[in-house]
Ligand binder design. Structure first.
Ligand code: SF4
Length: 104
């Protein structure tokens, strides 16, 4: 359902299986559109399911970064995207758009 998640899951550090993010074959599965529609990422995984996000003042308006980046770094979906998070990186927040990815 997301090629980046599949690629990330195939990296050596990944703790997720690539099959978690594959719903079918676009060339051989005639119902691929329905399979994609039926895949509910946010029912399966909870982004921001960690203590840092849970206590963060930006939690309600933060997109929590990129799950594929978390997976490629060896984390589990729900961990902080440490490369983008201003809390973990110490980057200034004011006046800057942060973590633009939002749940669908
Ligand atoms: S800014 Fe960082 S700690 Fe705060 S909610 Fe977003 S990802 Fe989590």
């Amino acid at each position: 359902m997301c090629p980046y998640l599949v690629f990330a899951a195939r990296t050596p550090a990944s703790r997720h299986a690539d099959t978690e993010f594959i719903v079918g074959n676009v060339l051989t599965d005639p119902d691929i559109a329905q399979r994609l529609d039926d895949y509910r990422f946010h029912d399966r995984y909870q982004v921001g399911a960690n203590i840092t996000c849970g206590t963060c003042s930006l939690n309600d308006r933060c997109g929590k970064g990129c799950p594929a980046a978390v997976v490629a770094a060896g984390g589990r979906i729900g961990d902080v995207d440490a490369e983008l998070c201003p809390v973990t990186t110490g980057a200034p927040v004011t006046g800057r758009r942060i973590l633009p990815l939002m749940p669908a």
